[in-house]
Design a binder for this molecule. Structure first.
Ligand SMILES: NC(=O)c1ccc[n+]([C@@H]2O[C@H](COP(=O)([O-])OP(=O)(O)OC[C@H]3O[C@@H](n4cnc5c(N)ncnc54)[C@H](O)[C@@H]3O)[C@@H](O)[C@H]2O)c1
Length: 251
């Protein structure tokens, strides 16, 4: 019960890592308020927690790229639960393609769904986190630190690089109010978001060639680090980016 009584807002709880995080944080005693744009998958997560007698709050569909919807989601959570202790920015959606063919629409889609939304949640939660201090966990990526010869990931590299530097500045500005801010950069993780890569044998082999541990990571392996960072165990961690990539960047 490392998070007993903590109020945790987690985005993208209908997805692979978000679902694992919702379950792990709730098992650790947190009151978890989730959200997703995909109501069916969000409902699956709600049902999954309910099977263990746990509650995933947050039933309405939220498009995190829409600032008004984000503000309502954050304010409703505070109205219902009284405060925010943890903001876990996990959700994202990106477009991929070689830079020479990448459309302006796909660029803006990626910026909206990977970067803008992290600003919105942070901006609207900041006033509440500032009251008693708190923790912001932002999910970045190894794409913040290295490129890919196989896939066109320039927009994704831009947003995830920005997440790392945005988080660092949040740590700087938040320290005086007791806010810690940490980014986590996963490598190749087995989730619905990467199913297409995992199911394509050529792509899977190409990606795993660089992973020293020769397997994709599990969503729980990212959520476990987030739990550590959010808990008292992580009380001295702020301003850092934590790589969890099975040794991918070591090569
Ligand atoms: N899976 C990987 O290999 C990997 C690697 C590095 C980084 N990441 C990062 O990890 C995080 C979680 O990814 P995942 O693999 O679990 O992906 P996922 O696709 O399984 O889950 C992402 C969730 O975010 C939701 N979402 C996207 N845009 C939204 C919006 N505008 N409003 C509300 N919800 C929205 C989706 O509906 C989905 O349920 C993401 O930030 C991703 O960039 C993943």
């Amino acid at each position: 019960m490392q998070l007993a009584g903590k109020i945790a807002l987690i985005t993208g709880t209908g997805g692979g890592q978000g679902r694992a995080a919702a379950l792990m944080f709730a098992r650790a005693g947190a009151i978890v308020v989730g959200c997703d744009i995909n109501s069916d998958e969000q409902q699956c997560s709600i049902d999954l927690l309910a099977k263990e007698g746990l509650t995933l709050y947050g039933t309405t569909v939220v498009d995190l790229g829409n600032p008004t919807e984000v503000e309502t989601w954050v304010n409703t959570a505070v109205k219902e639960h009284g405060r925010i202790d943890i903001l876990y920015n996990n959700a994202s959606a990106a477009k991929f393609g070689p830079i020479g063919e990448f459309s302006v629409e796909d660029w803006h889609y990626t910026i909206r769904n990977e970067l803008d939304q992290v600003f919105y949640t942070t901006r609207f939660a900041w006033q509440y986190l500032s009251v008693n201090g708190g923790v912001i966990i932002n999910i970045a990526s190894t794409a913040a630190w290295g490129g890919s010869r196989k896939a066109g990931i320039s927009a994704h590299c831009a947003t995830k690089g920005a997440i790392v530097s945005f988080t660092r500045q949040l740590a700087v500005e938040g320290a005086i109010s007791g806010i810690r801010a940490v980014s986590i950069s996963p490598g190749f993780i087995k989730t619905p978001g990467t199913a297409a890569f995992i199911e394509d044998p050529i792509m899977r082999k190409a990606i795993l060639e660089k992973v020293l541990l020769n397997r994709p990571g599990e969503p729980e392996e990212i959520a476990a680090m987030a739990l550590f960072v959010a808990s008292e165990n992580g009380a001295f961690i702020t301003g850092s980016d934590i790589l969890i990539d099975g040794g991918m960047l070591a090569t």
